[in-house]
Design a protein around this ligand. Structure first.
Ligand code: URA
Length: 424
């Protein structure tokens, strides 16, 4: 069936509900280039203002899944995946995928690169000498069977409609619409084919969703789409008002993840890794204690196999930036704030992230948070360490950090890391 793009745009502009046939047609026609970018931007803006019903969102997701291939993960273990909506210092995929594999699941983690102030998992892993992000579908399946965990780039054939639409939304001010975000994330994750999925929906200054009400609405929309498509799904709402762990960047986050896999590392990274692993294992029907498996070193063994399987050398020294700059505590007292967004922008400006898709990133760039909120600090003590290969970038990073930290005499009350869990 064929429609007029203008009629579909007018219908959504006027607050009507789109029919299944209209949604199927508009996604397919846009993917084929029959609906023009300017028409899709108008429709995305109409959706931004008038929303979509849960049924429209589910159909929109299905249409985007149908625009490409859906992986069939024929492996003997239960398959379970995790998706994070993105945050500062969010390296959790790195320890989590091998941990959950070490507990007996198969974890296909098809990931992206960073854009803006939140880092990308592939950029982090690419700081490991030799490591390769691009795998074919048969390599993904073979590694899932042999190692149990794969972290690699999403193949071109997965949800091509979303790839085109997301790039358009990025330049038309239409990213921040819950039905569009939810359908974008879930179309890729469902096309990836895992039986179970845990979503880490971040809330706070360093996240997409700055307040709890919108993060909860996104989590509910994501879970509803998963349920509609027969995927076992849960969402954890987690705090992203301060950076996760101490390291923010690429190689520095890999090093911190390895510390966690070796039984050490910052307590918040360990806590979130274990909480997400427990939820993934519960959905996958596997009885295991992820905290004990992490402490036993078995997850580190899977990590080393996973890195080697993709050409990387887990024992090779990681790149170190050429230039280092220390930010000192302005006064003695208790570090009361360390704003995730400010630290994320600083790391990005130092060269850890990119402004455009095609920009390179620096493996060694980033920020180490030497103190976290609640820590007692002395005036002049190093608070943050900035790393870059381009010393000219330090000034911009320091500007991003202005007002991002404060020291006071008062005790700090922090919200819990895992705020809530929404189950499908
Ligand atoms: N991540 C996605 O994959 N899609 C969105 O729309 C937003 C974040």
């Amino acid at each position: 069936m064929s429609f007029s793009a203008v009629d579909v745009i007018r219908a959504k502009r006027d607050g009507l509900t789109l029919s299944d046939a209209q949604i199927d047609w508009v996604i397919d026609a846009y993917t084929r280039g029959v609906v023009a970018d300017e028409q899709m931007s108008a429709l995305a803006m109409a959706i931004f203002f008038n929303g979509m019903t849960p049924a429209e969102t589910a159909r929109w997701t299905q249409a985007m899944i149908s625009s490409g291939e859906r992986l069939s993960l024929q492996v003997s273990r239960p398959t379970v995946d995790k998706h994070s909506t993105g945050g500062v210092g969010d390296k959790i995929t790195l320890p989590l995928a091998p941990l959950v594999a070490a507990c007996g699941a198969a974890v296909p983690q098809l990931s992206g690169r960073g854009l803006g102030h939140t880092g990308g998992t592939l950029d982090k892993l690419e700081s490991i000498p030799g490591w390769r992000a691009a795998l074919s579908t048969s390599e993904i399946l073979s590694q899932l069977s042999s190692v149990g965990a794969v972290v690699c780039a999403a193949t071109e054939g997965l949800a091509p409609a979303d790839r085109k639409l997301y790039a358009l939304r990025d330049v038309t001010g239409t990213v921040e619409a819950i039905p569009l975000i939810a359908s974008s994330i879930m179309s890729k994750k469902i096309a990836e084919g895992a039986e179970s999925l845990v979503l880490d929906v971040k809330v706070g200054s360093g996240a997409f969703m700055k307040d709890l009400a919108s993060a909860r609405a996104l989590a509910e929309a994501l879970v509803a789409i998963g349920v509609e498509h027969g995927v076992r799904v849960s969402a954890l709402l987690t705090d992203m008002s301060v950076p996760l762990g101490r390291a923010v960047g690429n190689a520095v986050e890999v090093a911190e993840s390895v510390d966690v896999l070796r039984g050490g590392g910052p307590s918040d990274v360990v806590e979130l890794t274990v909480a997400l692993a427990a939820e993934m294992l519960s959905l996958a029907g596997i009885l295991a204690d992820p905290g004990a498996v992490l402490a036993s070193g078995e997850a580190y063994e899977v990590w080393a196999r996973m890195i080697r399987a993709q050409g990387g050398d887990p024992d090779a020294p990681l790149p170190v930036a050429a230039h280092r700059h220390v930010v000192e505590a302005p006064a003695s007292g208790i570090l009361s704030t360390l704003d995730a967004y400010g630290v994320g922008v600083a790391a990005w400006r130092l060269g850890a992230g990119r402004a455009r898709k095609e920009d390179p990133v620096q493996a060694g760039a980033g920020v180490m948070c030497l103190a976290k909120p609640g820590d007692v600090v002395e005036a002049g003590q190093p608070l943050l360490e900035l790393f870059t290969d381009t010393p000219d970038a330090v000034e911009g990073a320091l500007q991003a950090l202005e007002g991002a930290y404060s020291v006071s005499d008062d005790e700090v009350e922090r919200s819990p890391l895992v705020i809530d869990t929404i189950r499908g």
